[in-house]
Design a protein around this ligand. Structure first.
Ligand code: BGC
Length: 951
């Protein structure tokens, strides 16, 4: 109940009016309004989940606002929905606070149904708010029998010419059709084995690239659905498609580099197309035009098209207007129909498709010897370029791509290894110039070296096209430190470059695999930058499709056999547990747990068997894999943490996550089971890997000379930064032991010249572990360091993305570790993002899906005077900002409607804490809890808050 303030002189009048207005306002509907309605994490999508999950967020101007009930209506037409005629589902009033993960529970939905929906919420006083604006989703094709289209192809394998790179041309397909009447509704359902671009009447359909995405094509392939009503007309129409080998038949990973017997064609030899256009006429009749052998095919200008190796285009071989009606295709032949694999599922693409994120203008173009021109796009990224050129017929422009320059100003391409990454364009010689963008390749680069220009090109000859999976932006982070702001931007660019249908390790060299270790170490960091719910809904399927026969999760997924010995590794394989857990925790997604529960349980069984029932991995437990022990703390500096010790910590960690996930899906017996296992692992770990004082140790002699282990010859030690940081982060220790571990961690950093020494697995927990053991100032010191190894060292050496190695490049010195492995766009060391949002700004998830939030900012004593983070969670926008001015600390926070937060105000004097210049005691929106460890703990509800404290 809200009283509208009135100011009258006479108190009786005031009394009368207050009662009057209070009663009036009681009857006035609340301002609680649902917005941002989504289905399966997307706005107005096509889905094939038969009980799709709905979500919304709430707005209200009132502090401490909550939803106490909701009602959803789903109708088969917008008119019905507007008239409250919910012919598909009327949820009726449902009590509770849920605003996401709500499964549709209406009439069974058939394929192609468009569902219109709206929702309203009741506020904390039980008052209903207004209905939301309508949203919709559409059902895709649900049954194999919905598909009339056949797989068609044109085997051009024999035309692949190159010796090292066998790259055939890309086949074109076309079909003319006459539509009998005006079109009321038309949908294109389309997919390929390989990559495709579809055109109708001369126009590209949709804005998506690298479709239908990479999956284990033996098990499933995704299709896209496009509303193409506006692309068609009564009468003659033409459909066209170009298909390339892509991930299905093209080169993958480092197969070529390491001399793998198979270097391409991992899933098949001939790229195939499957498409059906379903038309409904205004007269109600329906028609389907589907791929079959009558589609005409030919090959033309795209001479080569490969993801890793580049595209070659001869504009003289273009078919003008080939996807328009009336094109003379007499010399095109019929397509070949290929048999389907019944075990291969056709499903709606669940992720965010790759789209153009932005264009980058060339900053400089520099002539080089031998007629070469070097373009600098000013930013390292993943994508392609648009070439604009005027010249003579037959002139050939060749483009090479590099991330960095040698100190002498020449482009560096040796870190691409066997990825040829070269695009070639042969001009047709149009007088007013010609423009070309490749369709089926991408590169990781900032610089382009071009040859073949007959006259000096201008800057607009090369434009960068940034491509990325279109994961919606969710966060922002800013401080008063230019170094940290640059670091944050570098993290964002690196995520953008590598969340590319799958979470790749890097976008440039002959790898671009979704390495599981990198993915699990970084996923939490990623959640703060972008909404990755749909992206991971897709990749978790890839990951589980790639689970190995022995139940271990793989090293990368999808997992074609690019090297026979690539099997599994501790710290990598646990992505199978860590990633679903983070998706659950961040988005409240329990479906993901239920879906993969049997797979996850099987993996835990594998881990148990591997420990011989001892619940700890003793030295040399993983001699059966290559490298021995797995990858361990990959790219760490100095003495190595034993991979078996790390594996034991990971085992405990994932057992605890399994217990928490079991609880979340109501499996209390299994929760108790995994809780028990977690306890056993903790005990066994302490017994084997700690001495009487609790210090970590290992029997390093057991590893002999370390031969066969990653950096094994440097020797192993249990007493390392990585070991303590992980043990603390993973809650493997008692509180007292935690404190000791924190002290040892500090000692080790000091002994190491005040520097970090951690690799992929040790870095993510390092700053969080320092923070949770009372050493935030040390975390800030490491964060702000610019000495090797540190994040700042990369920044001062010119990084605009996150590097694979701490010393990938040194100004004045050049490349330390070049040709083998030296990526400049590798997100693993970006895992510090988790600390930036979770500790510097202090935003922490409480109940899954940010239903409850904790905000506990850690204030730097020096180096940084202000931090501002925003995070658009699935429950709404969260903000946390702080600023120090003299002895005053100002804190700005926003808590989303329908959530509550425990906030910790840093202060040396709790009596000085004010909110909106008012004392906390008289503030009805705030409950003051205890003062402890320099923080005043408060409970608050939704709304913006403005705190001040004196220190
Ligand atoms: C990749 C990594 C990956 C690693 C395995 C590298 O080549 O780029 O990021 O995790 O191999 O250690």
């Amino acid at each position: 109940m809200k009283c509208i303030p009135v100011s009258y002189h006479h108190s009786a009048v005031i009394f009368f009016f207050s009662i009057f207005f209070c009663q009036i306002s009681f009857a006035v509907p609340t301002d609680v309004k649902p917005v941002h309605l989504r289905t399966e994490y997307k706005l107005n999508p096509v889905v094939d989940a038969t009980t799709p999950r709905l979500s919304w967020e709430l707005t209200s101007a009132i502090r401490g606002q909550l939803q106490t009930a909701y009602q959803i209506m789903v109708a088969s037409s917008p008119v019905f929905l507007a008239a409250d005629k919910a012919d598909l589902w009327n949820s009726a009033k449902q009590p509770g606070r849920a605003t996401n993960q709500i499964e549709y529970a209406g009439k069974p939905l058939s394929a192609r149904t468009v569902c219109y929906w709206k929702v309203r919420s009741w506020d904390k006083n039980g008052q209903p708010g207004p209905w939301s604006a309508p949203a919709r989703w559409e059902m895709g094709l649900l049954d194999p029998s919905d598909w009339k289209a056949e797989w068609i192809g044109n085997d051009l394998t024999a035309l692949g010419k190159g010796k090292v790179y066998h790259l055939p041309p890309a086949p074109f397909f076309r079909k003319e059709t006459t539509l009998k009447a005006p079109v009321k509704r038309a949908r294109l359902y389309v997919t390929s084995l390989g990559l495709y671009e579809f055109q109708i009447n001369g126009k590209r359909v949709g804005n998506d690239y690298f479709i239908p995405g990479w999956t284990d094509y033996n098990k499933r392939v995704y299709y896209q659905t496009y509303d193409v009503t506006a692309n068609l007309k009564a009468g003659k129409n033409a459909l066209g498609a170009i298909v390339s080998e892509g991930w299905y038949a093209g080169y993958l990973g480092y197969a070529l580099l390491i001399g793998n017997p198979v270097v391409k064609n991992f899933y098949g030899d001939v790229p195939l197309l499957k498409a059906q256009l379903e038309v409904e006429y205004t007269n109600g009749q329906k028609e389907t035009i589907a791929t079959d052998q009558t589609w005409k095919t030919n090959h033309g200008p795209i001479l080569e098209a490969d993801i890793l190796n580049g595209e070659t285009y001869n504009a003289n071989l273009e078919f003008e207007n080939w996807s328009q009606s009336g094109f003379a295709d007499a010399n095109w032949k019929n397509s070949t129909v290929y048999p389907d694999k019944p075990e291969r599922k056709l499903e709606t693409y669940p992720g965010n498709p790759i789209q153009v994120f932005q264009e980058l203008k060339s900053k400089t173009v520099t002539p080089k010897s031998g007629g070469r021109y070097l373009f600098d796009l000013g930013q390292n990224f993943a994508g392609v370029v648009r070439l604009h050129v005027k010249g003579n017929k037959g002139d050939t422009i060749r483009l090479k791509f590099g991330e960095m320059l040698f100190p002498n100003g020449e482009i560096m391409t040796e870190n691409l290894r066997k990825a040829r990454a070269t695009d070639t364009y042969i001009l047709k010689g149009r007088k007013d110039g010609e423009t070309w963008t490749p369709k089926f390749t991408y590169h990781g680069f900032q610089y382009v070296e071009a040859t073949g220009f007959k006259t000096a090109p201008s800057l607009d000859a090369i434009t960068g096209i940034v491509l990325s999976s279109a994961t919606p932006q969710a966060g922002s982070f800013e401080t008063d430190s230019p170094l940290i702001n640059k670091l944050y931007q570098n993290i964002v660019w690196t995520q953008r470059s590598n969340y590319f249908d799958i979470p790749t390790d890097c976008p440039q060299r002959d790898e671009r695999l979704a390495w599981t270790g990198d993915a699990q170490a970084y996923i939490k960091s990623a959640t703060f930058n972008n909404d990755i719910a749909a992206f991971f809904t897709k990749w978790l399927v890839d990951l589980n499709d790639a689970q190995r026969a022995n139940q271990a999760y793989p090293l990368y997924a999808p997992a074609p056999s690019v090297r026979k010995t690539d099997t599994y590794s501790p710290g990598w394989s646990e992505a199978g547990i860590v990633c679903p857990y983070i998706i659950y925790k961040t988005y409240g997604d329990t479906r993901v747990i239920r879906k993969f529960w049997p797979n996850m349980v099987a993996y835990l069984q594998f881990m148990e068997a591997k420990s011989n029932g001892e619940y700890v991995y003793k030295e040399r437990s993983f001699e059966d894999i290559a490298p021995k022990g797995g990858y361990g703390d990959w790219l760490s500096v100095g003495k190595k943490t034993p991979p078996d010790l790390l594996a034991s910590l990971y085992y405990g960690y994932v057992a605890s996550l399994m217990a928490e996930m079991a609880k979340a899906i109501g499996k209390s017996d299994e929760a108790a089971h995994f809780e028990g296992i977690f306890t056993k692992i903790k005990q066994a770990f302490l017994k084997h890997y700690t001495d009487s004082t609790g210090k970590f140790k290992t029997n390093s002699a057991a590893y002999g000379d370390g031969e066969g282990y990653v950096d094994g010859t440097m020797g192993f030690d249990g007493h390392t930064q990585t070991a303590y940081a992980n043990a603390i982060y993973m809650h493997m220790l008692t509180p007292e032991h935690d404190q000791k571990a924190g002290d040892w961690l500090m000692e080790l950093i000091k002994a190491n010249d005040n520097k970090l020494a951690t690799g992929f697995l040790g870095l993510k927990p390092l700053l969080p572990a320092l923070s949770s053991t009372g050493n935030s100032q040390e975390a800030y010191r490491l964060l702000l360091s610019t000495e090797y190894p540190s994040w700042g060292f990369e920044v001062v050496n010119g990084a605009n993305t996150i590097w694979e190695r701490w010393n990938s490049y040194i100004k004045g010195k050049g490349f330390e570790n070049n040709s083998g492995m030296n990526s400049f766009n590798h997100y693993a060391f970006g895992s510090v993002n988790e600390w930036l949002f979770g500790h510097a700004a202090g935003i922490k998830v409480g109940e899954a899906g940010y239903k409850t939030i904790m905000i506990r900012p850690e204030i730097a004593s020096e180096g940084i005077r202000s931090v501002k983070a925003t995070y658009h969670s699935i429950s709404g926008l969260i903000e946390s900002a702080w600023r120090k001015t003299g002895s005053t600390l100002t804190l700005q926070m926003t808590i989303p409607v329908n959530t509550t937060a425990t906030v910790f105000i840093p202060t040396t004097n709790p009596a000085t804490v004010l909110e909106s210049s008012k004392s906390l005691k008289t503030n009805p929106a705030i409950t003051v809890k205890e003062f402890k460890d320099g923080y005043l703990q408060l409970e608050i509800g939704s709304g913006p808050y403005h705190f001040k404290s004196q220190n």
